[in-house]
Design a protein around this ligand. Structure first.
Ligand code: MN
Ligand code: MN
Length: 461
């Protein structure tokens, strides 16, 4: 053999996905990404993503799972976990004793949450106090347009939904930063201290009510909130309000090859899981789609992936078909669908380029996340990686290899370890993202589309 022949037969030669996209595939990709952008515009919190998914599922014949119901192959069911996470299933032709094919993503994203006693006035400006949620660079959040999303439980037990700042006629909300002219001391601080957590106070207004007294700007804001939502100040305690970047998912670049939005991590994988599930026929193995909450703060809490709600759902499926939960979990496979860090040429020193994901090279498969000697990673086996690789190859899905940065540079986790703890073979894979956890994250349309095809292939494996 010549050197060229040897190279071709022995060496891996990944290619930019756009160089091998057929006209038909490009059209399918654009259609898929239009749907994804609309999903992103409608869903900026886990609650909004859960509500959207319930509606989409019901439109496609899914029914709420009722304990005790009988299930047959092809039946489609879902469990809405208290409005904050959701798990769906399409029943397979084989027994659940032979396992399910699971895709697990999360629908919460880093953001700025409102404190339980937030509203105050200082120097005749009204503010809400906040506590950030998840891993954010705090300095990225001042001086950008923010929108307020969430729900408030009122004293009488009724609930009101809040969205301020998304409609073009809405006001937006903003956190201030210091002018550079007076920032001599601030500029000497490290990036984690340039903006302190207690400085992330969002401006609510500045016009005092007419009359005598103190705190008339605060009172004005409370009056406006009362008129619009029927709330009083103590109702903030029983609220979940959060600040997220205002605005829509946009195409990025003159060639429109990329998408910029808040919260690609991890709604880009959530959407990739939902789309193929909605129109699926009867799979061989039961297909299960998880959209979890609280991943960004450790998968804790009743709606996080460590919660027992997942076992309860799977037990109900097993009861409905006469299968054993333990056999089911033991024989199941889970794709932990979460984003990876796309290689960023502006920061090449943070990554091992040979083992890092890259924009436009397809769904990124990650054997381990973790940090410091793989700590906290589920570290998938050769067999598990082989299953994914073969399944994707057989379905013509373009995949690439991902690790999370250079050894000892940092690290991170996903829901993978919690799924593996349940005796489920689990592998991480997902969409590479530039500037992950920033108010504006960037992904490639091609990688979004390939991740959807990867989820479909895993469900049908
Ligand atoms: Mn994630
Ligand atoms: Mn994240």
């Amino acid at each position: 053999m010549t050197i060229d022949e040897l190279k071709e037969s022995l060496l891996a030669a990944p290619k930019n996905g756009y160089t091998k996209l057929s006209a038909q595939e490009r059209e399918n990709m654009e259609t898929y990404c239009k749907g994804y952008a609309a999903f992103m515009d409608a869903c900026k919190t886990e609650r909004e993503a859960t509500a959207w998914t319930v509606a989409a599922a019901e439109n496609h014949g899914f029914k709420a799972l009722v304990p005790g119901m009988k299930l047959n192959p092809g039946d489609k069911v879902y469990f809405n976990n208290r409005g904050k996470s959701i798990v769906l299933a399409v029943m397979g032709s084989e027994s659940l004793n032979n396992g399910a094919n699971i895709c697990a993503a999360h629908v919460d994203s880093p953001r700025i949450d409102i404190k339980p006693n937030p509203l105050y006035e200082d120097s005749e400006i009204a503010y809400l106090k906040t506590h950030y949620y998840g891993g954010v660079k705090k300095y990225q959040w001042p001086t950008i347009a923010l929108a307020l999303h969430g729900v408030i439980y009122r004293k009488d037990g009724s609930v009101v939904t809040v969205t301020i700042g998304e409609d073009d006629s809405d006001p937006i909300l903003v956190i201030s930063d210091l002018l550079p002219h007076l920032a001599a001391d601030q500029m000497q601080k490290t990036a984690s201290q340039v903006i302190a957590g207690e400085q992330l106070n969002v401006i609510m207004g500045s016009e005092p009510l007419e009359g005598e007294g103190s705190d008339l700007v605060k009172l004005h804001i409370m009056k406006l909130l009362n008129e619009k939502y029927g709330i009083i100040e103590s109702d903030f305690l029983s609220a979940e309000l959060t600040l997220v970047p205002a605005g829509k998912c946009r195409e990025v670049g003159l060639d429109r090859s990329l998408l910029g939005a808040y919260g690609h991590d991890d709604r880009v994988c959530a959407y990739a899981e939902i789309v193929p599930l909605l129109t699926m026929g009867t799979p061989k193995h039961t297909a299960v789609c998880i959209l979890a909450d609280k991943e960004e703060i450790g998968s804790v809490g009743i709606s996080g992936m460590q919660s027992y709600y997942f076992e309860t759902f799977m037990q109900d499926l097993c009861d409905a078909t006469g299968a054993s939960l333990n056999r089911c979990l033991e024989n199941s496979f889970c794709l932990s669908a979460d984003v990876s860090n796309a290689f960023d040429p502006n920061f090449p020193e943070t990554c091992d380029k040979r083992n890092n994901s890259q924009l436009n090279y397809g769904v990124a498969i990650c054997k381990y996340t973790g940090s410091r000697g793989k700590g906290g990673a589920s570290d998938a086996s050769a067999e598990a990686m082989g299953h994914v690789r073969t399944t994707l190859d057989n379905a013509n899905v373009t995949w690439q290899i991902a690790t999370l940065g250079k050894v000892d540079q940092g690290g991170g986790g996903t829901v993978a370890a919690y799924m593996a703890n349940r005796n489920i073979v689990t592998v991480d894979a997902g969409v590479p993202v530039l500037c992950m956890h920033a108010p504006m994250e960037i992904v490639s349309k091609y990688d979004c589309y390939m991740t959807m095809k990867a989820c479909e292939a895993i469900y049908l494996a």
